[in-house]
Design a protein around this ligand. Structure first.
Ligand code: P1T
Length: 385
């Protein structure tokens, strides 16, 4: 197997030199919704209708599988569409999901407010301690859903230990690897069964395309997921597949700069009296720093910190920034900042937020790939009275 940065450029996009083919170096955007056949009983190269298979999406799916060292990849119209298709494909009424209690608010909303209507229940535990997951397992439990690091508190889950627990009890382990991307962490190698991504974030990388993906090795789960990708229809469009293919080619170089910027900003904030605590796995002060070093090869541009003061102080700090846009989302080349309690995690009930540590002055940062010193200077001026 070639190295990560080589795969991100070449896999899925080998030029086609067959007779009549043009040898495109970048895969074209195949906009056709349907594909003609020479004979009614034989689709051309397996293509029938774009919802079931499209050449641009197929190229992306091959590339995404290669980045995680996976056998299969599937691309969806959003991260939540990918998550929904996983749940629809592998669970049925009466089943239970055990989730990390600090999941992205939208994932929690999907499990708690949507799938509950189909009699699929969700139990949330502090998965920083793998034994909490084991203790929550009941005969109804079928699937464990974790993020590591979590959104927004940057808590870690020991993927290897949780995979062992899952398999001992016959459960499926799903890891949402959006925050680190396959560049810094490959959950399948650590024992996870299924990895999901919001490709809207680092994989797309430019805040201009919404998408989601699933990568996996298990043949049976893949068949179910591929069937429902077509049957449910939440597929990534050809144009969005092209944008994602284009974005992911630079993932390796982008992730290095995201990491450098986040670490420098996190260290700067840690030394400020106006900051209560900084949550970033690469800081020695992170309670799971050793686990971060053991299961991932680095961290991305995301971290969170708690400001001394009130929600108003947090909003004023954001307003004073010149280079960080106050916006939801993360993982793009431009720096973004937000207040989870009133933005990305507003759908999580207040008492759950408070219990988990998402206070009104918790600020989440997505450091982009701008010049490091320019970003530090922006924070410095915004913290001044
Ligand atoms: O937005 P969408 O592509 O549907 O992805 C949902 C999703 C899934 N998993 C994680 C870890 C995520 O962070 C997200 C989306 N998150 C944001 C929009 C956000 O600002 O946190």
């Amino acid at each position: 197997m070639t190295a990560f940065s080589t795969r991100s450029i070449h896999n899925g996009e080998e030029p086609d030199f067959r007779d009549g083919a043009s040898g495109d170096v970048a895969v074209p955007i195949h906009l056709s919704t349907t594909f003609a056949r020479l004979r009614a009983d034989s689709p051309t190269a397996g293509y029938e209708y774009t919802r079931s298979l499209n050449p641009t999406r197929k190229a992306l799916e091959e590339k995404l599988a290669a980045l995680d060292g996976a056998k299969y990849g599937l691309a969806f119209s959003s991260g939540l569409a990918a998550a929904s298709t996983v749940i629809i494909s592998l669970l049925k009424a009466g089943d239970n999901v055990i989730g990390f209690d600090d999941l992205y608010g939208g994932t929690r909303r999907l499990l708690s407010n949507v799938f509950v209507n189909f009699d699929i229940s969700a139990t949330y535990v502090d998965a920083t301690k793998p034994e909490n997951i084991e203790n929550a397992i009941t005969p109804k439990s079928k699937l464990i859903w974790i993020e590591s690091p979590t959104n927004p508190l940057m808590k870690l889950a020991d993927i290897k230990a949780i995979a062992q627990i899952a398999h001992k009890h016959g459960l499926i382990l799903v890891v949402d690897n959006t925050f680190l991307s396959p560049y810094f962490q490959r959950p399948l190698d650590l024992g996870a069964d299924i990895v999901v991504y919001s490709t809207t974030k680092y994989i797309g990388g430019h805040s201009d395309v919404l998408g989601g993906s699933v990568v996996l090795n298990n043949d049976d789960y893949y068949k179910k997921l591929a069937y429902n990708q077509n049957a449910v229809g939440a597929v990534l469009s050809p144009f969005d597949s092209y944008l994602t293919l284009r974005g992911v080619k630079t993932l390796a170089v982008r992730m290095q700069q995201h990491q450098k910027n986040a670490l420098t900003l996190a260290e700067f904030l840690e030394s400020s009296p106006k900051v209560k605590r900084v949550n970033f796995p690469l800081l020695k002060s992170h309670p799971q720093h050793a686990l971060a070093e053991a299961q991932s090869s680095g961290s991305s541009g995301i971290f969170s910190f708690e400001l001394v003061g009130t929600l108003d102080d947090a909003q004023n700090f954001l307003s004073k920034l010149k280079l960080f846009a106050t916006a939801e989302s993360l993982g793009g080349v431009e720096s973004l900042i937000e207040i989870p309690a009133i933005m990305t995690h507003a759908s999580v009930p207040k008492e759950v937020r408070e219990q988990n540590g998402i206070s009104d002055t918790l600020i989440r940062v997505s450091a982009g790939i701008e010049d490091t010193e320019d970003l530090v200077e922006d924070f410095r001026q915004a913290l001044e009275d």
